[in-house]
Design a protein around this ligand. Structure first.
Ligand SMILES: Cc1ncc(C[n+]2csc(CCOP(=O)(O)OP(=O)(O)O)c2C)c(N)n1
Ligand SMILES: [Mg+2]
Length: 325
């Protein structure tokens, strides 16, 4: 792997962390409305998986998905404007935090309905196959979603039709306050792949390079007609389920602290420096550049107009196919 790919991975992880920190700050200041489900701790899983895709491949996120479009290469301006409900947002300011679709980078969107992304990603893979393209679809979902019916139905049909899809579970050990160990029938969600006769892999979600390598091989397999795979990343969210839900006490403080020691960004930075892959100066410069991008995105959003109320019912139903696919 080349240095430039490592640096881009680092940049995207930092971009996600800082973008969300800025959004939380804007929420506190009242410049942004609604809730935010943030993802600190899970950036390695998100970026490692997204970077394994080609730019024209598809990706579907979850309700916790500011990071996934960023991982897929979306520009911050349209995402920040969407969070701030401006007409220049990726969904014209009508979607908000849980609906950050950006078709320009193959990001097909997110919704608040847990498990709803699985059939969408499966459908995108079916579309790619029927059109004879070699596009692959990457589907993110959580440990909670892995017990929804949509998970099982999607994996079954994808296996039968050998669809080019990679199912990627971010197992952060909890669905809101419910531990996966109390609701998931297997120790490793990846073991469920066997029931659908597809490969299942467990990866360390705090290790962006391990995630990248495993997802890349699953993507290559899907692209060459080998069918779907299931990848489970063991990871952790450092913050609460959503901003403002700080009253919940379902996790031991020591557990949170233990995972915080395995911050995927810090681990990657240390490794790049230890192995001499990228200089400290280049990493610092990447962080500085991301800081400037965030500032630019906020200014862009602040100076953008609100959506026109006359457009409220536009784009509810598709009249033309806008994906360019
Ligand atoms: C169908 C459905 N059921 C329940 C909810 C309420 N809900 C929102 S997020 C969430 C937890 C999802 O957990 P997981 O899939 O592990 O994702 P995580 O929040 O950990 O990223 C639940 C139950 C919902 N939004 N949709
Ligand atoms: Mg979870």
């Amino acid at each position: 792997m080349k240095n430039s790919l490592h640096l881009e991975m680092y940049r995207r992880m930092v971009r996600i962390r800082r973008f969300e920190a800025a959004a939380v700050d804007l929420l506190a200041k009242g410049e942004l409305a609604g809730g935010l489900h943030t993802t600190p701790g899970q950036e390695g899983a998100i970026v490692g998986a997204c970077v394994a895709l080609r730019e024209d491949d598809y990706m579907v996120g979850t309700h916790r998905s500011h990071g996934h479009p960023i991982g897929k290469g979306a520009s911050l301006r349209g995402l920040m404007a969407e969070l701030m409900a401006r007409s220049t947002g990726v969904n014209r300011g009508k979607g908000g935090s849980m609906h950050l679709a950006d078709f320009s980078v193959g990001s097909l969107g997110e919704t608040s309905i847990v498990g709803s992304g699985l059939p969408i990603a499966t459908g995108a893979a079916l579309g790619a196959q029927m059109k004879g393209t070699d596009r692959v679809s990457l589907c993110f979902f959580g440990d909670g979603a892995s017990s929804e019916g949509t998970f099982h139905e999607s994996l079954n049909i994808a296996a039968i039709w050998k669809l080019p899809v990679v199912y990627f579970c971010e197992n952060n050990l909890y669905a809101i306050s419910t531990p996966a160990r109390e609701t998931v029938s297997v120790e490793h969600i990846a073991a469920r792949a066997a029931g659908y006769d597809m490969p299942g892999h467990v990866v360390d979600g705090q290790d962006v390079l391990e995630v990248y390598e495993v997802v890349k091989s699953a993507v290559d397999r899907a692209r060459s007609g080998g069918g779907p795979s299931l990848v489970e990343a063991k990871t952790y969210r450092f913050e609460e389920h959503a901003i403002g839900l700080n009253h919940l006490s379902y996790r031991e403080h020591a557990e949170v602290e233990q995972w915080r020691k395995r911050d995927p960004i810090a681990l990657f930075r240390d490794r790049l420096l230890d192995e001499g892959v990228i200089s400290r100066g280049d990493l610092d410069k990447a962080e500085e550049d991301v800081g400037a991008e965030i500032g630019d995105a906020i200014e862009f959003a602040r100076s953008s107009p609100d959506p026109d109320p006359a457009e409220a019912f536009d784009h509810v139903y598709a009249t033309t196919l806008e994906t360019g696919a």
